[in-house]
Design a protein around this ligand. Structure first.
Ligand code: NAP
Length: 260
């Protein structure tokens, strides 16, 4: 297989800046590119080095729906980061490479028989859950969907408007009563938002209290994505309480993805 067979060259069509460090962007999408909501893509940028041009690749969760004609991604600028600092300089019209293979196991088909879907994220770990929420089968399958987004500061609550807009959405509006959207802000006080790290909010029962939903292994299916330490600590909380990780051919309660 040649390199050209492995990836396609796409064009950046839109960039949205949330904060000086956080931005989302859209690209064109190769007609044959397929993915399951919750999966990630591998993106490549060309970089000039003293030894010549090289391509740097990174995994990025896909924000957009599987039926959208574009791909959307949500990114943070890592200071001095080889990939994100190059990415942050890209403009509308610039090219970006997309590996033709999709990756990742953070998909709802890892679960069977759940009734409450808990989507626990911090920072840019929100991305795959936006894609999952645009999949109508998620809404049909579960009685309750709890989306938790933890950030340091209020202005990092990206996609809040879009999430709130599910209530009025042409297709999803009829299911909107199923969704609880929980904002968690840890480094400033924000009315209506919880304060404290996600494992703590699980431990002290605040997440259950604020949503009115008990976390029960017979009903709960849990996806975790974001800061690797948050993912580890949250997974540990559940495993210690008798929940199991979903494995290939052996569905459990938990599906997790480290972001970096
Ligand atoms: P962050 O440190 O990941 O914090 C986001 C939220 O997660 C905050 O509410 C934070 O709470 C909480 N949190 C942090 N550690 C936790 C833990 N062990 N358990 C539970 N909750 C935890 O902040 P960020 O701004 O999204 O990312 C921070 C840095 O990570 C970036 O500046 C970047 O350098 C790096 N990063 C790298 C990549 C990459 O792809 N390489 C991607 C994303 C981020 P507290 O306020 O209490 O800490």
């Amino acid at each position: 297989m040649t390199a050209e067979d492995k990836y396609t060259t796409e064009t950046i069509t839109e960039i949205r800046t949330w904060t000086p460090k956080l931005f989302s962007f859209r690209t064109t999408r190769y007609r044959g590119y397929r993915f399951i909501p919750g999966q990630f893509a591998r993106l490549g940028v060309r970089k000039q080095t003293p030894e010549g041009e090289k391509i740097v690749w990174r995994a990025y969760s896909i924000v957009s729906a599987d039926y959208d004609e574009y791909l959307e991604f949500y990114s943070i600028v890592v200071p001095g980061g080889e990939f994100t600092s190059t990415l942050a300089d890209l403009k509308v019209g610039d090219e970006i490479l997309v590996d033709k293979t999709n990756y990742g196991m953070l998909t709802t088909d890892r679960f069977v028989e759940g009734r409450d879907l808990w989507l626990l994220s911090t920072g840019t770990g929100l991305a795959p859950f936006i894609s999952i929420l645009h999949d109508v089968s998620t809404w049909e399958q579960y009685e309750n969907i709890v989306l938790v987004h933890g950030v340091r500061h209020r202005d990092e609550l990206a996609y809040a408007e879009l999430i709130e807009a599910f209530k009025e959405h042409e297709y999803f509006g009829e299911f909107a009563h199923k969704l609880r959207y929980v904002q968690v802000v840890t480094r400033e006080e924000v009315p209506g938002a919880l304060s404290g790290r996600i494992p703590q909010l699980l431990e002290n029962g605040e997440l259950e209290r604020s949503t009115g939903i008990r976390i029960d292994p017979d009903r709960a299916r849990i996806m975790i994505c974001g800061n690797p330490e948050m993912v580890d600590d949250t997974r540990k909380f559940f495993v210690d309480n008798g929940y199991t990780l979903s494995r290939r051919g052996k569905p459990g309660h938990l599906a997790v993805e480290n972001l970096w």
